[in-house]
Design a protein around this ligand. Structure first.
Ligand code: ADP
Ligand code: ADP
Length: 229
């Protein structure tokens, strides 16, 4: 069934810029959706609204029937560049949401270690971010986004800042993670990318946007057979 509903969503910046104009979008539970389009078409704005980090000007976005009006635990977010605290170890960065919410660390530590292992960062948990490559830092940020086992994972050009080789490796890595997490409920994933190739490679559905004003102009289902959990 429908998990994320976007209805007549409009977002303006001041009076001059309409970043999104009356967007409608329905995302089913377990779907993997890519949002593509040229720079300035409103991809980041849409993602930030879905993440509860930015309010709409009109219309609304909801998750499981509840209006999204702030960040919430069941939505994990990964940004274009890994936002890690430089003085915290990889493990402590992964556990940041746990510390912020004042939850017990001991149980979550095991979860963090499991996820770090899943993304190939076991053995690096006591290192500082600067001791790791950009791709590894982004994987640590991914672990942090997944720490509360959110039903939704949002990613804004998660590998945009990486070189082409690392980027390809990360895409494969992501597929592996989705397959491995098939043990629990399959996550609903929405990610933004400039790259149509990347979108088609990873997603079940590609939503195409165009700028001035930001609108959805096309939706395509990617239904060639690929291994899935
Ligand atoms: P993207 O990779 O999404 O194209 P941009 O480089 O356009 O990102 O924007 C990077 C940051 O700058 C974002 O946080 C965005 O909100 C902000 N930004 C973009 N355009 C403007 C603008 N015209 N005025 C103020 N901030 C802007
Ligand atoms: P995309 O992610 O597709 O590049 P954005 O959502 O970053 O698009 O931006 C959509 C439009 O809104 C662009 O014209 C951008 O310049 C503008 N914009 C984004 N953030 C801001 C901001 N904080 N202030 C003013 N304009 C912004």
């Amino acid at each position: 069934g429908e998990l994320i509903a976007v209805r007549r969503l409009t977002r303006r910046y001041g009076t001059a810029v309409t970043a999104l104009e009356a967007i409608d979008l329905s995302i089913a539970e377990g779907e993997l959706v890519a949002i593509v389009g040229p720079s300035g078409c409103g991809k980041s704005t849409l993602l930030r609204i879905l993440a509860g980090l930015l309010p709409p000007s009109e219309g609304e976005a909801s998750l499981a029937g509840r209006r999204i009006d702030g960040p919430r635990r069941d939505i994990g977010v990964v940004f274009q560049t890994p936002v890690l605290f430089p003085w915290r170890s990889i493990l402590d960065n992964a556990l940041l949401p746990v510390d912020v919410q004042g939850l017990g660390r001991e149980k979550m530590r095991a979860t963090a270690m499991e996820l770090l292992k899943l993304v190939g960062l076991d053995g690096f948990e006591h290192q500082l971010p600067r001791q790791l490559s950009g791709g590894m830092q982004q994987r640590a940020a991914l672990v942090r986004a997944l720490i509360h086992d959110p039903s939704v994972l949002l990613m804004d050009e998660p590998f945009g800042a990486l070189d082409a080789m690392t980027r390809e490796a990360m895409n494969l890595e992501l597929q592996r993670i989705w397959m491995a997490s098939g043990t629990s409920r399959r996550k609903t994933v929405v990610f933004v990318t400039h790259s149509v190739g990347e979108a088609v490679f990873l997603a079940d559905r590609v939503v195409v946007m165009s700028p001035r004003p930001g609108r959805i102009v096309d939706t395509l289902n990617v239904d060639f057979p690929r291994p899935r959990p």
